[in-house]
Design a protein around this ligand. Structure first.
Ligand SMILES: [Fe+2]
Ligand SMILES: [Fe+2]
Length: 291
C-alpha cells in the first residue's frame, strides 16, 4: 500500500540541505563540491557575483565554480571581456544558451576560450565547443556539458541524444559530469533529469531566470534542479525593466528591453559529488536577496 508519509517528506527551507540528503559535518570523503551560478544578467548580476562569491567560496570550500553567462552583457549575450571579468571574480567554467551569439565578438572569440561551452546540440560546425573537461589544480577532473531544450525554443538537434554522445565521451575521462540544460519547459528538463539519472552527477536547469524549489538527488545519484535562477535585479521581469515588458504585453508593439535597476538577487546551487563513483551526495540551493 502507498505510504504517503514516507513518500512526501517535508521540504527543507531554502539554503538548507534536503532532509533525505544530509551532509555530514566536515564534508564527504572523496567529495567534490561544485557551485553552479544561474544566469548572470548585466552589470547588476556581475556585481551580485562580485559581492557574494568570495564569502560563499571561502565558507563552503568549493572546488569548482561554474556560471551561466549568456546574459552578462547588458542582459543579452556576453563578450570575451566580460568573460575575463567574471573569471577574475573566480568563475572557472562558463555555460551559455540561446543568447550566445548576441555579441559578434563571441562568434570569433569562443573557439579560443577553453573554459566556455555553448549548447552542444547546436548545428554541426557551430563555433566553440559543447562540452569540456576541466582539470582542477590538484589533478581531479570534471566534465561540463551545455545543452539547449527544444520546447518553445529554436529547432535544434535533440538534447537527449546529444547528452548520450557527450556523456559517453566524457565518461572515458572522468566520473564527475555536470549538465546545464538551458530550456524553457520544466517538463523537458525533468524528463532529461530522469533520462540521465545515474549517468551524470548533476542536471541543472537554466534560462527561465526563476529559481525552482525542486532540487533533489535522484534515485540513481544525479543531483537535479529545474532552474538555478538568476543573478540580477529582482524588481524586474526576469532581469528586464518591468515597465517596458508590461507595455509590450499591453500593446503587442516592439519595445527596447533594458536591464532593470534596484536590489539584486544571487541564485546558485551547490552540488556535492563523490569523485570515485560520480554520484551526487547533496544539492543545496542559494537565493540571496539584497534588502
Ligand atoms: Fe538567460
Ligand atoms: Fe536563455
Amino acid at each position: 500500500m502507498f505510504n504517503f508519509r514516507r513518500r512526501f517528506v517535508q521540504r527543507a527551507p531554502c539554503d538548507k540541505f534536503h532532509r533525505w540528503n544530509p551532509a555530514p559535518a566536515g564534508g564527504y570523503n572523496n567529495g567534490m563540491r561544485i557551485l553552479f551560478i544561474g544566469d548572470i544578467v548585466g552589470r547588476p548580476g556581475r556585481q551580485a557575483v562580485a559581492r557574494h562569491l568570495p564569502e560563499i567560496r571561502e565558507r563552503h570550500k568549493t572546488d569548482l565554480i561554474v556560471a551561466n553567462a549568456e546574459n552578462a552583457a547588458a542582459g543579452l549575450g556576453v563578450t570575451p571581456v566580460l568573460i575575463g571579468e567574471l573569471r577574475s571574480l573566480g568563475v572557472q567554467v562558463f555555460t551559455l544558451g540561446n543568447h550566445v551569439w548576441r555579441k559578434n565578438e563571441m562568434v570569433a572569440g569562443i573557439s579560443g576560450m577553453p573554459d566556455v561551452v555553448r549548447p552542444a546540440n547546436f548545428p554541426e560546425g557551430t563555433p566553440g565547443r559543447g562540452s569540456l573537461l576541466h582539470t582542477l589544480p590538484d589533478g581531479r577532473t570534471v566534465g561540463i556539458v551545455n545543452l539547449m531544450g527544444r520546447v518553445f525554443m529554436d529547432a535544434i538537434r535533440c538534447p537527449f541524444l546529444q547528452a548520450d554522445a557527450e556523456i559517453a565521451a566524457l565518461s572515458r575521462q572522468t566520473k564527475v559530469i555536470l549538465v546545464d540544460i538551458h530550456a524553457e519547459a520544466t517538463s523537458e528538463k525533468v524528463a532529461l533529469g530522469w533520462y540521465l539519472d545515474g549517468r551524470c552527477s548533476a542536471v541543472l536547469g537554466t534560462h527561465t531566470h526563476v529559481q525552482t524549489a525542486d532540487e533533489w538527488v535522484m534515485p540513481h545519484g544525479t543531483a537535479y534542479i529545474s532552474d538555478a535562477g538568476m543573478c540580477g535585479p529582482y524588481h524586474s521581469v526576469i532581469g528586464v525593466d518591468s515597465r517596458t515588458v508590461i507595455e509590450k504585453f499591453l500593446t503587442a508593439m516592439p519595445r527596447k528591453f533594458e536591464v532593470a535597476g534596484g536590489p539584486v538577487i544571487f541564485s546558485a546551487v551547490l552540488v556535492d559529488a563523490d569523485e570515485i563513483t560520480g554520484r551526487a551526495t547533496a544539492i543545496r540551493r542559494f537565493l540571496l536577496r539584497d534588502t
